[in-house]
Design a binder for this molecule. Structure first.
Ligand SMILES: NC(=O)C1=CN([C@@H]2O[C@H](COP(=O)(O)OP(=O)(O)OC[C@H]3O[C@@H](n4cnc5c(N)ncnc54)[C@H](O)[C@@H]3O)[C@@H](O)[C@H]2O)C=CC1
Ligand SMILES: Nc1nc(=O)c2c([nH]1)NC[C@@H]1CN(c3ccc(C(=O)N[C@@H](CCC(=O)O)C(=O)O)cc3)CN21
Length: 283
């Protein structure tokens, strides 16, 4: 089982509201851990920059989300990046189209952010882009595949490192199959598998519905939970055991975890700390 390798170098996703909990738990995180910062509807650029600056002061690596469809102009993107760079010295960003049905400005997708040339001009050297092991409810599979290939090519031509961060999901075999498909297509980039931290079944179902993620009774049973026990707590241990086995069978070494703390940041950090401490230092 590829347990030790999977549990090292994990990343964590926070919202502005999680900052207090992050401060309280920062000593449990390895120095330099990547902290992705969700850009929630209603957040302002200044809010995101302040959170990123706080993350940096904790000795962690801020990875702000840049939501293409919410940017109104080239000037706004430049200001956004200038602020993040000036306040938090950002080197990394996660580029996402955004859930808006229509863009507010010139950027309809993550590719157009890469092609703007503004990322490397503001000190960004590594980007994250989204991956969808289950597909996306509104975007056809061939469109997703072409978009990923285009983003990889554009990043490479600009000298930007790229990693793929998946939407969270509950089915380890879907994840492993998808990683194998990517590798068969010659895509060897690091994949960060999106996984929910410990949370109630109710919270998991709420986020799954909001994000278009499959949570059928069958999938959730495999994950280790029953949909009739909504208040029960669910952890990703079973998913990770299965995923670790499948990745080890495939000889896969370049997959890491990206944790979504849907049950609260403290709970997720403490769980991850215990999990990583128990993992044998192999691979
Ligand atoms: N995986 C994640 O963690 C998150 C995913 N999302 C949602 O996933 C979707 C795709 O984002 P990316 O992977 O960055 O795609 P992308 O920027 O690589 O675009 C891929 C293709 O899908 C189209 N597209 C993108 N967003 C769309 C939308 N909201 N409605 C209809 N067509 C859309 C684009 O025009 C493009 O042709 C977006 O709706 C995004 O908001 C949002 C937040 C987080
Ligand atoms: N399609 C899609 N859209 C998204 O916005 C999205 C994804 N996928 N995948 C995962 C990430 C993680 N996202 C989020 C969104 C909200 C909170 C959050 O904490 N929201 C509320 C609590 C709402 C609740 O409890 O239901 C908050 O307090 O702001 C966290 C992560 C958004 N994300």
């Amino acid at each position: 089982m590829d347990w030790g390798n999977l549990s090292r170098d994990f990343s964590l996703e926070i919202t502005r509201k999680d900052l207090g909990d992050l401060v309280d738990n920062a000593t449990l995180l390895p120095a330099g851990s990547a902290i992705s910062i969700t850009y929630l509807p209603g957040d302002r650029i200044e809010d995101l920059a302040q959170v990123a600056a706080s993350v940096r002061r904790l000795g962690l690596e801020p990875v702000p989300h840049i939501s293409a469809r919410r940017i109104r102009s080239d000037e706004e993107l430049a200001r956004f990046l200038r602020t993040l760079s000036g306040e938090a010295g950002i080197r990394r960003a996660f580029l996402i189209a955004g859930d808006l049905a229509e863009p507010l400005g010139p950027y309809a997708d993550a590719l157009s952010l890469v092609e703007s040339g503004l990322l490397e001009a503001h000190g960004i050297t590594r980007i994250g882009v989204a991956g969808y092991p289950e597909g996306h409810p509104a975007i056809p599979e061939d469109v997703l595949r072409a978009a990923l290939a285009d983003k990889i090519a554009a990043a490479a031509s600009r000298g930007l490192d790229l990693e793929i961060v998946t939407q969270f999901l509950f089915d380890a075999d879907r994840i492993a199959d998808w990683v194998c498909t990517l590798r068969a297509q010659g895509i060897r980039h690091r994949v960060r598998v999106g996984v929910a931290g410990p949370a109630s079944v109710q919270a998991l179902l709420r986020y799954a519905a909001r994000c278009g993620v499959g949570a059928s009774a069958k999938v959730m049973a495999k994950y280790g939970v029953s949909l009739t026990r909504l208040l029960a707590q669910a952890t990703p241990d079973r998913l990770l055991t299965r995923l670790g086995e499948r990745l080890a069978d495939a000889g896969e070494q370049n997959v890491k975890l990206h944790l979504y703390p849907f049950g609260g940041l403290s709970k997720t950090v403490r769980w991850m700390h215990a999990y990583a401490a128990a993992a044998p230092a192999i691979a």
